[in-house]
Ligand binder design. Structure first.
Ligand SMILES: Cc1cc2nc3c(=O)[nH]c(=O)nc-3n(C[C@H](O)[C@H](O)[C@H](O)COP(=O)(O)O)c2cc1C
Length: 224
């Protein structure tokens, strides 16, 4: 698959087939993805790949927290939405939710459907595996930048392998639950989770295609 094709084909996958992803496939992806660049080649990332019964247990506990409205406690705080994401970002943010819910045929006031959606999201859309990206607790913005770069590289390689991915802040909102189920190296914080699996082609969840603004809105050219 050509790199342009992989980038254009990739979209967040929010429904998966139940079959597991072979460990060798994820290993192959990570073995190439960690050639992503990083500040002074510090390679600040670490990965924790969780699947099977352990992941389902984590998902169940996440969903329960959401149902009980328990406040989240991510290692990296969520940005305050109204203050930090003013226009033009707010409209883009709102458009994703609306676009996804419209594709699912969910009415604005259908509270039960929304709750069901969030329950699914907090069980990582039932993906057979989640790749958690971690970094050192003392590291800051530059390391985060590098974790973003390796995350996208993982998603593109997964696309090339016929897999779907969803980068998920939701997957790291209750890191204490993950730590209770899996041995997390001490001194590390959870950056993000990447749900990974073979996409369910029939699910309406995967029919939604996000858009992008035009190049004119984001590029300035000087002396070119
Ligand atoms: C840092 C980050 C966190 C995200 N967290 C979530 C999440 O918790 N749940 C979700 O459904 N999608 C999540 N997404 C996916 C975005 O909504 C998605 O990438 C964006 O809408 C663009 O759509 P696309 O990935 O289909 O191109 C996240 C993406 C990023 C980069």
């Amino acid at each position: 698959m050509d790199i342009f094709e992989a980038i254009h084909n990739r979209r967040s996958t929010r429904a998966f087939q139940p079959n597991p992803v072979p460990k060798t496939v994820i290993e192959k992806i990570l073995d190439t993805a960690h050639w992503a660049p990083s500040w002074a080649n510090t390679q600040p990332w670490e990965f924790l790949v969780v699947g099977g019964e352990t992941l389902r247990k984590i998902g169940k506990e996440f969903s329960r927290r959401v149902a009980e409205h328990v406040k989240d406690n991510p290692d990296i705080p969520m940005p305050p939405i109204p203050q930090e994401w003013a226009e033009p970002y707010r409209s883009r943010y709102m458009a994703v939710g609306k676009g996804l819910f419209d594709t699912l045929g969910m009415a604005r006031d259908d509270k039960a459907a929304r709750v069901a959606h969030y329950q699914r999201m907090y069980s990582f859309f039932e993906a057979p595996a989640v790749i958690y990206v971690l970094m050192g607790k003392t590291l800051g913005q530059y390391a985060l930048f590098d974790c973003g770069s390796v995350t996208q590289t993982i998603c593109l390689l997964a696309e090339r392998e016929g897999l779907g991915t969803c980068i998920m802040a939701a997957a790291v909102r209750h890191p204490d639950i993950i730590r209770a189920h899996v041995p997390v190296p001490p001194g590390k914080k959870f950056v993000i989770g990447i749900a990974v699996g073979y996409p369910d082609p029939d699910s309406p969840y995967n029919k939604y295609r996000s858009s992008r603004v035009s190049l004119e809105e984001i590029v300035s050219w000087v002396d070119m």
